[in-house]
Design a protein around this ligand. Structure first.
Ligand code: NAD
Ligand code: DAU
Length: 335
């Protein structure tokens, strides 16, 4: 299989590419990534000889058309992904997430007229908005879309484009909406790596608001094994929710990080809350489990978090050069 992976130099994409090279020698991987602040060649350094890395933009119809024409399948991860950045400047989110997905869909549509190309679109549970803290409900495939932030609104728009291209043009696409990922190679702007690297650099961890907000954590390798399962066995046109029953409030995750790193439970600062901060996400992944037989491999969150802390301890050369600038930007926003 000739597989095009957009956003393959980002957090989830790089883990996806590395796992694919490790576990699927029959797959020839091309990565298309514009190497924004969130993308890093170094995340692919170990597998550089096994893949082709094209530095280019998903809104560039020329490069996208050429690469799609050379591919049997496309897994589309590329996006602007950080909610706080979207609140500060939504423009790149509209461009990359909406126009970029449109550009990929058009390339797949045109190529499919002569040769079938399979597309998998990677999306987020944030398209469903949020749940309250005290209800048992979880997101399902039929939960109405209700995005809260500029980030989730652009991801919702991209999902709608994919569905319209499936129905109107017969594009062979699947979609998945996953909950919060954690693991190695995640940018230090995100919650878990930010706190770990704050502690490693002698800064105090930062909690938005009271920390009651709940996220449904899944190890990045589990997200990626589910993406592969949907790509190979999923029904075209279907949406699969990906989650691993990992609901935890932010304060508990903060305290677990502090404990695992030998600090006292209150050794953090409360900072200004995020505008429009979603309260709770929770995924019901029953169809993925029952219909496609997928199971997560990292059920033990504490073990996964401990391994993630070790990875950041051992890989300061990967995150060290960008840490100060990230914290300076946060300080300017009093976060
Ligand atoms: P990330 O921000 O770490 O990486 C995004 C990658 O996309 C980067 O390598 C960046 O350079 C690239 N990119 C951005 N704009 C581009 C453009 N215009 N052209 C080419 N490349 C571009 O993101 P991530 O956390 O790895 O997320 C990957 C995907 O998974 C996104 O679509 C995101 O919405 C989705 N997702 C993320 C999570 C999560 O918890 N991180 C959960 C569910 C879904
Ligand atoms: O649910 C999937 C989504 O998860 C993905 O679509 C997004 O791309 C990804 O960034 C993530 O979004 P969140 O906004 O949930 O992740 P973030 O790591 O930014 O924040 C997680 C929670 O922690 C959230 O409730 C905000 C809070 N937080 C975040 C930071 C950076 C803090 O309390 N302190 C912080 O310093």
């Amino acid at each position: 299989m000739r597989l095009l992976v957009t956003g393959g130099a980002g957090f989830i994409g790089a883990n996806f590419v590395r796992a694919t090279v490790r576990e699927r020698p029959d797959v020839r991987v091309t990565v298309l990534d514009s190497l924004t602040y969130a993308g890093s060649r170094e995340s692919l350094a170990d597998v550089e000889a096994d893949i082709r890395l094209v530095e280019g933009d998903i809104t560039d119809a020329g490069v996208v058309g050429t690469l799609v024409a050379e591919s049997d399948a496309v897994v589309h991860f590329a996006a602007e992904t950080h909610v706080d950045n979207a609140l500060a400047d939504p423009a790149p989110f509209v461009r990359s997430n909406v126009v970029g997905t449109f550009t990929i869909l058009e390339a797949v549509r045109h190529r499919s007229a002569t040769k079938p190309v399979r597309l998998h679109h990677v999306s987020t549970d944030e398209v469903y908005g949020d749940l309250t803290l005290d209800e048992p409900a979880r997101f399902t495939e039929s939960t109405p879309y209700n995005p809260s932030s500029p980030y989730s609104a652009t991801k919702a728009a991209s999902d709608m484009l994919v569905r319209a291209w499936v129905r109107s043009y017969g594009v062979a696409a699947t979609l998945s909406n996953c909950s919060n990922n954690y693991g190695p190679f995640q940018h230090v702007e995100k919650f878990i790596p930010r706190q770990i690297t704050n502690i490693l650099t002698g800064r105090r961890p930062k909690l938005y608001g009271t920390g009651a907000n709940v996220r449904d954590w899944i190890h990045v390798d589990d997200h990626n094994s589910a993406v592969w399962r949907v790509l190979t066995d999923g029904a075209v046109g279907r949406t699969y929710l990906i989650g691993a029953d990992g609901e935890r409030d932010n304060l508990s995750v903060m305290r677990m990080i502090l404990r695992l790193m030998g600090h006292s439970p209150d050794d953090f600062d409360h900072v200004t809350d995020r505008a429009g901060h979603d309260l709770r996400y929770a995924i019901d992944a029953t169809p993925l489990r029952d219909e496609l037989g997928w199971r997560p491999g990292h059920a033990d969150f504490e073990a996964g978090l401990r391994a993630t802390i070790e990875w950041y301890r051992d890989n300061e050369s990967w995150w060290g050069p960008i840490k100060d600038a990230v914290e300076t930007a946060y300080e300017a926003r009093q976060q």
